[in-house]
Design a protein around this ligand. Structure first.
Ligand code: FRU
Length: 514
């Protein structure tokens, strides 16, 4: 090689590296995570595009969060697995990219397991392998109009997720011509002493079994005639959960769907039923929804959670406008981690989701003391810092609204309208809405009949560019993005009920995790 060329190439490389080094702010710098709309107590990547949570697994003191990541732009592109770790599911440390695209394709969504018995044989010196199972998406195949371009691959780590090696026998599940064939979720099934892999195949889920995570056998299918089918099925999850207050356990199947969610675009439905080691069955024909807001998608749960809890994290966006949201350096964040519970009301089972208690630990100074809005009364309080807060409310009112507002008059309104059996989230005038036509064009409605009894408890998390509303321990949930041009600094409660009070128990500031 020409020596001069080599010299200049080296100079450019060193300069290039220097430039990169100064570009990335470190956590110590005051500007770190302080851009407009940057969530302060939700996970978001330092820079660039993120979608689904992937590979959620706990091992040896560490909760891993991998995620669909495109490191070169703030819009979707060739997918990698980004990586972060946490000891408490509240504070996160960013790690280098875990999985890069390779000759089989891009790295789409999937899961990770702790292979405690080394069934895979990946450990050779007594280590415990972490095994990631993901979808390969082959772009050339897709462009050529083929239908077999999505296959399933695995990779392993022998140092608790620090470094990863792809399995040389990939792909472990080939494709016989199903266009949408992806998002494997794997768990250990103790009763049959086998690994179970659930993936989606267009309009249904498939279940595979394996003794070693490498050799998979198709065992069952579910879903063609069940639930919502307004779009393709994506990101399944399958797990048992004990029914609250009872000894009985049921199996829960989560299925994300895009489009076809109750308020438009992407959403996550669930089914409650049974799983016999080979297939899932239920008599639930109609879908139930994890979240009635428009911004909770592709959510799945942790494997190997140390307290035996089922912890869920979703991507806080919607494919309808995910690429258009008005953030500059990065795009989108995750929901707060939520604990799932199963509740039986009458003869029906419901899955509830509610912030893990660690999130409460971020609540600090009181922005407002307890106050009561009496029957047919309206009260407004000016509260700086409202848009990074947690509000707790209690009421038996059948007709009230909560209105968050800023100095520009932009408003985000929650309304409980018992007469029409509705809980409504209205972000039509909440701030920037016109970056995409479907973002702010209509009110979003959740059915009130889900709630049992007259007492309502609301927990509302506001974090710069999102709102999460949890009613009655997460029996009814709405999660949405918002982009106010200035922070909300007042709250108005209009109580139209002639008999009942609305009690604002507390409004507290939420500390930043960054
Ligand atoms: C869901 C999804 C998955 C796919 C991934 C690609 O949001 O479409 O089905 O694996 O995103 O990034």
């Amino acid at each position: 090689m020409n020596k001069l060329y080599f010299f200049w190439a080296l100079v450019l490389l060193v300069l290039g590296c220097k430039e990169k080094q100064t570009e990335v702010e470190t956590a110590q710098e005051p500007e770190y995570y302080s851009e407009p709309y940057r969530p302060q107590f939700h996970f978001s990547p330092e820079a660039n595009w993120m979608n689904d949570p992937n590979g959620m697994v706990y091992h040896d003191g560490v909760y891993h969060l991998f995620y669909q990541y495109y490191p070169d732009d703030t819009v979707w592109g060739p997918m990698h697995w980004g990586h972060a770790v946490s000891k408490d599911l509240v504070h996160w440390e960013h790690k280098p990219i875990a999985l890069y695209p390779d000759e089989h394709g891009l790295i789409f969504s999937g899961s990770a397991v702790v292979d405690k018995q080394n069934t895979s044989g990946f450990a050779t010196n007594g280590e415990t392998p972490l095994v990631a199972i993901f979808t390969y998406h082959n772009m050339d195949g897709e462009k050529a109009g083929r239908t077999d371009f999505q296959t399933q691959g695995i990779a392993y780590s022998l140092d608790n997720g620090e470094t990863w090696t792809k399995y040389e026998g990939n792909p472990v599940i080939g494709n016989e011509g199903i266009k949408d064939f992806r998002d494997p979720k794997v768990t250990w099934h103790e009763a049959s002493k086998k690994w179970i892999l659930t993936l989606v195949a267009g309009d249904h889920a498939q279940f595979y079994t394996s003794p070693n995570l490498k050799d998979w056998t198709l065992a069952g299918q579910f879903g063609k005639e069940y639930g919502a089918h307004g779009g393709v099925w994506e990101c399944p999850d399958l797990f048992p959960l004990r029914v609250e207050g009872e000894t009985e356990s049921k199996w829960v199947l989560l299925i994300s769907i895009n489009p076809g969610a109750p308020n438009g675009g992407s959403g996550t439905q669930y089914f409650i039923g049974n799983f016999d080691g080979e297939t899932f069955t239920t008599d639930q024909k109609e879908p139930k929804w994890v979240d009635y807001g428009t911004d909770n998608y592709a959510g799945v749960t942790y494997n190997n959670e140390p307290n035996g809890d089922r912890i869920f994290i979703g991507w806080m966006s919607n494919w309808t406008y995910a690429r258009d949201t008005p953030t500059e350096k990065w795009r989108s964040s995750m929901t707060v981690p939520r604990k799932l519970k199963l509740k039986k009301i009458g003869l029906e089972y419901y899955l509830t989701n509610y912030p893990i208690s660690g999130i409460d630990g971020l609540a600090s100074s009181e922005l407002s003391k307890t106050w009561i809005v009496g029957p047919s009364e309206t009260t407004t309080k000016t509260i700086e810092g409202m848009n990074q807060s947690v509000t707790q409310l209690k009421t038996t009112s059948k007709d009230f609204s909560i209105n968050f507002k800023n100095a520009l008059g932009e408003t985000l309104v929650l309304t409980l309208d018992a007469d029409n059996n509705q809980f409504i989230l209205d972000r039509r005038k909440s701030g920037k809405v016109d970056f995409q036509e479907d973002f702010g064009n209509k009110i979003h409605i959740a059915p009130l009949q889900l709630l049992d009894g007259d007492d309502l408890e609301l927990k509302i998390l506001l974090d710069q560019s999102s709102i999460e509303v949890f009613i009655n321990d997460g029996l009814l949930v709405m999660t949405e993005q918002i982009f106010p041009n200035e922070p909300y600094n007042s709250i108005t409660i209009q109580n139209k009920d002639p008999e009942a009070n609305v009690t604002v128990e507390s409004i507290k500031k939420m500390e930043s995790i960054w």
